[in-house]
Design a protein around this ligand. Structure first.
Ligand code: WT7
Length: 651
């Protein structure tokens, strides 16, 4: 289709009703959605309690839904007991034992189908292997794995024995891995020798060895999956191959029944300050969020083939690979590779090959694939698809329209889902059989989610198209419980602004005249690169850790594919400013933090624009990085001449 048609549609600000064929079979219709909103409005805790009783198999039922006596440390279903792995596996064995749980496709294209019975057996064996290495209730286990069924098995095995997993994305560097291991005081690491992504070897075990080389004294066990077959060194007392560890272990393992508030996992994410935050999630409330959103937003049904393209190293992979779809007994695709390998139609080929009906990916991937042209998706039928989704960052209307037309053939609703690592599950998103969608809007809050926009004084922003701070003004079951080891930071980061009941998201948002939410971006010093959060402070710390750098400031500018890209300003204490050093510093940051943190551009100067009180004027740097006219008052600057120098450095 011609690009001009996309343009004209954009100018119309169109709205798309759910297609009739979709509505006809949707799990949630207009009446059901209205009655849920009504019930939640009247009795917030009661609404969630009903769902929790219906959707979860409890070992011991709960009496109390919400305990807010120690706000903002909320408890949900606290006197109930359950096991997440039981809910994701055992409860399906009778009716769906032979149903495919996972269709795994490796980077090399090899495909494997795993039934619920088989997945259950593998999880039990691995859980027993962990127990044999003395890992048990509340022990922390770091999982640093490729996106494979074994990563899912490792997570569910931890859940089965009440151990707390902390998955670290395989793209993170050794220093980042070490920080996370030490913060969590983990006793074990589960990893692989290496794996291939886009045909390139990722030497995971080598990175683990580097991370453990100094420090990480809490680690006693490293379990290593043989995946790539690359050479690795094994430490006799500490390291064991996965196959050896499960050898002879029984395929049954009694679940550890834990209280609903028992921590299911920790997942690190970036904040405004240098140190990543260990977001701690609960067992019962978290599971409920993953389940209900799979039903409401994905309309996930028994005959669907679901595919979430995220990696299990991110919250999206936790909620919409490991936990949500399995808790519903669904069939899903798990993919180890990248969208453009071996060719730019890998996703579309896989959709056809596996008859994917629900497809969930990130705007950055959509934009990258859109750039490759329409011919690649047009080589494939894509007629199994019935629903498309996005997550991670605002999707620009042009990409939305392309997704709608070229991938969805105008037959599939698009669910633009807003949520965060901290929220555990989707929060603001369309209910696809009911909500008319608008390109670039995540539409409305889900039932039981009290999303509002407040001004600086805490007054609701009611005028259309006027921005403010997005907040969630009531606790919800799948919210984070605390920051691991740092309850004060939890309280001040999320509840410092409007009191102990109102969760502050950290995003700015606005609503249009019909109440549709549009997310405008972060309000803190956090940038969003390819749908993943990075604190600018983290990148600055990495830069000043280099011997040549005296001072650094990091901002973002819009990027066609990645959403945002990092621009760093560096003041040197040694070395020559120029291409060579810029290249070295970019690689340095990548080694320190991981490839996603690699700055797009580094500019050298003699100083940074600062106020007289010494604060770096980041807004000014942002304008400079974006090549915008400087409209701000620069008269308060201590060193106004620096601006021109910084602008010149970019030419
Ligand atoms: C931040 C959370 C939730 C999994 C992926 C990212 C941004 C997320 C959307 C969306 C606009 C979005 C927000 C949010 N974000 N989804 N649909 N539209 N912005 O998780 O790393 O915790 O990042 O991503 O800024 O605060 P995360």
């Amino acid at each position: 289709m011609a690009d001009a048609s996309i343009e004209s549609v954009l100018k119309e600000d169109r709205k798309f009703d759910p297609p009739g064929h979709f509505k006809a079979r949707a799990l949630v219709d207009d009446a059901r959605l209205s009655s849920m909103h009504e019930r939640a409005g009247k009795d917030h805790a009661g609404f969630w309690a009903d769902l929790a009783r219906r959707e979860i198999d409890w070992h011991r039922p709960f009496d109390t839904a919400l305990d807010d006596s120690d706000a903002p440390f909320f408890k949900w279903f606290a006197d109930g007991e359950l096991n997440v792995a039981y809910n994701c596996l055992d409860r399906h064995l009778e009716d769906r034992g032979d149903k495919t749980a996972i269709i795994f496709e490796g980077d090399d294209g090899a495909v494997e189908h795993i039934s619920y019975r088989e997945l259950h057996a593998r999880v039990c064996m691995f859980a027993n292997a962990l127990k044999a290495r003395d890992i048990g209730l509340s022990d922390r286990v770091v999982i640093y794995m490729p996106n494979t069924p074994q990563a899912v098995v490792a997570m569910l095995a931890c859940a089965r024995i009440g151990a707390i997993h902390s998955v670290v994305f395989g793209g993170f560097s050794a220093p980042s891995l070490k920080d996370r291991i030490e913060d969590a005081q983990a006793r074990a690491v589960i990893t692989a020798d290496g794996n291939y992504r886009g045909g390139k070897l990722i030497p995971l075990k080598d990175t683990v060895d580097k991370a453990l080389a100094d420090g990480c004294e809490s680690i006693e066990t490293v379990i290593v999956l043989k995946r790539a077959g690359n050479d690795v060194s094994m430490d006799d007392g500490r390291d064991v191959w996965w196959d050896k560890a499960i050898d002879g272990q029984p395929a049954e393992c009694e679940p550890e029944w834990v209280e609903a508030e028992h921590p299911l996992f920790i997942l690190y994410t970036s904040g405004s300050t240098g140190k990543p935050k260990g977001i701690q999630h609960s067992t019962g409330g978290y599971l409920l969020g993953a389940i209900v959103t799979c039903k409401w937003v994905f309309d996930l049904q028994d005959d669907d083939v679901f595919w979430c393209t995220a990696d299990v190293g991110w919250i999206t992979g936790h909620s919409y690979i490991t936990y949500g779809p399995t808790a519903l007994g669904a069939t899903q695709v798990v993919f180890e590779g990248v969208p453009t390998y071996p060719e730019g139609d890998r996703f579309w080929k896989m959709v056809d090959d596996h008859k994917v009906s629900i497809f969930y990916t990130a705007p950055t991937a959509i934009r990258a694939l859109m750039k490759l042209g329409n011919e690649l998706p047009q080589k494939h039928e894509l007629d199994s698809l019935r629903l498309l989704g996005t997550v991670g960052e605002p999707i620009n209307p042009e990409a939305w329209m392309w997704y709608h037309r070229v991938i969805g053939h105008e037959q599939c609703p698009i669910v633009d889902t807003w949520w965060q690592t901290e929220t555990g599950a989707q929060m603001i998103a369309p209910v696809p059989g009911v909500t008319p969608t608008k390109p670039g809007s995540c539409t409305h809050a889900l039932p039981g989610i009290s999303a509002e926009i407040l001004d600086e004084e805490g007054r609701p922003v009611t005028a259309a198209d006027k921005g403010g701070n997005l907040v969630i003004s009531r606790p919800w079951p799948h919210m984070l419980r605390t920051i691991w080891g740092d309850p004060d930071r939890y309280k001040s980061t999320y509840f410092g602004k409007y009191g102990n009941q109102v969760y502050v998201v950290g995003d700015a948002a606005e609503r249009d005249e019909e109440g549709y939410f549009r997310i405008l971006g972060r309000t803190d010093d956090v940038v969003n690169i390819s749908g993943h959060r990075l604190g600018t402070m983290e990148v600055e710390s990495a830069l000043v850790a280099h011997e040549a750098v005296a001072e650094a400031a990091v901002v973002s500018r819009p990027h066609e594919v990645k959403g945002e890209a990092i621009v760093a300003f560096a003041i040197l204490k040694s070395g020559e400013p120029g291409e060579a050093l810029a290249g070295e510093l970019r690689n340095w940051v990548s080694e320190q933090l991981g490839a996603i943190a690699k700055p797009e551009e580094i500019r050298f100067a003699d100083g940074l624009p600062k106020t007289r009180s010494g604060k770096i004027m980041r807004r000014l740097l942002r304008a400079i990085a974006r090549g915008e006219q400087i409209t701000q008052d620069t008269s308060t600057l201590e060193n106004p001449q620096i601006i021109e120098q910084l602008q010149r450095a970019g030419r």
